[in-house]
Ligand binder design. Structure first.
Ligand SMILES: NC(=O)c1ccc[n+]([C@@H]2O[C@H](COP(=O)([O-])OP(=O)(O)OC[C@H]3O[C@@H](n4cnc5c(N)ncnc54)[C@H](O)[C@@H]3O)[C@@H](O)[C@H]2O)c1
Length: 377
């Protein structure tokens, strides 16, 4: 297949390029090599970005319609990964996040509808963030609590509760859980899913929205201070700096290794599914941020102290992990990398990378100044 990968120079994209090349696909990448992600260029670890590589690389912004037309020429399938990805940052760069994530996706669908009808399959990088809080059980029913109230968070009451203050039981989040984005980033991802469904129904194009959980692994951006707790923690741990764990450390996420995500995307590209589908992609297990930090500390032999500060950010959720039943059924997807294996691969790689100036405190200060976070530090 001739496949266009937008954002193909990024973390997930770079893995996907390698994997699809090995499988014999013909790859075009469009990516603007955003400095927040890539820092100084050229990137020595991305040989396929250099001239003479078998990948057609277009360094351009996805909002540039002429460049998108060039990228889409003769393409049969698109994996749309390019996006701004900082949840916290999206809360004040609202128009920019809308522009890059949502408007550019609308333009992509319009380009396919009007000028590139040979495109038969689109995979959209969606996100677990569209759910807002994960799913819980209340009185034997699936229950999705509202966004957490800032006054409760300030009092250190972090667990979501039922409408009458009831205790909730965390369960795996299925795709039919009511979406409730808690950030601008998440709202753009949900809007893209809606666009994808409408587009698929109107034009018969197969559109698959994959709701990634927290993706981690070798080659994730160590520079972006707005996203990726493993990057932020490992960078600080390698400098012996204390680790500020938000809330009480018992918040949990579903950490999925990038190679599993790439397998899910590949299955979605290669399978004839027809129509529109939205599927969870994760490891299917919750891990607390404290557990993750402790495991990282062990593997990196770090002397950093782990401090739970009670800091929090507007738009952050307490828990969410994926129900993978539908992904198993529709794609035959099964995560293969355990957290232990994935983390040790990540740590081995991270130790080959330069230690960077830590900018996470500055990122938190920006949020606090805007009243979107609560930092005591
Ligand atoms: N990594 C995760 O945990 C995660 C979780 C859920 C969803 N996702 C989604 O998966 C996709 C890929 O994520 P990633 O972790 O590889 O991110 P990444 O930041 O590493 O990669 C994104 C790539 O897009 C490029 N890009 C950004 N803006 C662009 C623009 N205007 N024009 C052209 N290129 C642009 C960047 O240069 C970068 O190479 C994103 O859509 C993200 O929202 C990621």
């Amino acid at each position: 297949m001739k496949v266009l990968i937008t954002g193909g120079a990024g973390f997930i994209g770079s893995w996907l390029v390698e994997s699809l090349l090995k499988a014999g696909h013909d790859i075009t990448v469009i990516d603007n090599l955003s400095p927040q992600i890539h820092g100084a260029l050229p990137r020595p670890d991305a040989a396929w970005l250099q001239d003479g590589s078998e990948v057609k690389f277009i360094r351009a912004d996805i909002r540039n319609s002429a460049a998108m037309d060039e990228a889409l020429a003769q393409v049969e399938a698109v994996v749309h990964l390019a996006a701004e990805t900082g949840t916290g940052q999206s809360m004040y760069q609202i128009a920019h996040y809308y522009d890059v994530n949502q408007q550019a996706t609308a333009a992509l669908f319009e380009a396919i509808a009007t000028r590139h009808r040979q495109v038969k399959r689109v995979v959209l990088a969606s996100s677990r963030s569209i759910y807002g809080e994960g799913a819980y059980e209340l009185d034997g029913q699936l229950h999705v609590p509202n966004s957490r109230n800032v006054d409760r968070l300030k009092r250190g009451e972090f667990e979501p509760v039922g409408p009458k203050g009831q205790t909730l039981k965390l369960i795996a989040t299925p795709e039919h859980s009511t979406p409730a984005p808690a950030s601008v980033y998440a709202a753009t991802k949900l809007a893209n899913e809606s666009l994808g469904r409408v587009f698929s129904e109107a034009y018969g194009t197969q559109v698959l929205a994959l709701r990634f959980q927290n993706v981690y692994g070798e080659r994730q951006s160590l520079r972006n201070p707005y996203t990726g707790i493993l990057s932020i923690f490992s960078n600080r741990m390698r400098q012996g700096l204390p680790i500020n764990i938000f809330e009480d450390g018992l918040e949990s996420r579903d950490f999925v290794h990038v190679s599993d995500v790439v397998r899910a995307i590949t299955l979605g590209l290669e399978k004839d599914l027809g129509g529109f589908h939205a599927l969870n992609v994760g490891a299917g297990v919750p891990t607390t941020v404290m557990e993750m930090a402790q495991a990282l500390g062990r593997l990196l032999k770090s002397s950093s102290s782990l401090q739970t500060s009670g800091d929090f950010r507007a738009g952050d959720i307490r828990h969410c992990y994926a129900d993978l039943s539908k992904a198993r059924e529709v794609l035959g997807f099964e995560p293969l990398v355990t957290t232990e294996q994935g983390l040790s691969r990540f740590c081995e790689w991270v130790q080959t990378q330069a230690v960077l100036e830590d900018r996470s405190a500055q990122a938190m200060a920006e949020l606090t100044k805007l009243g979107l976070g609560n930092s005591k530090g």
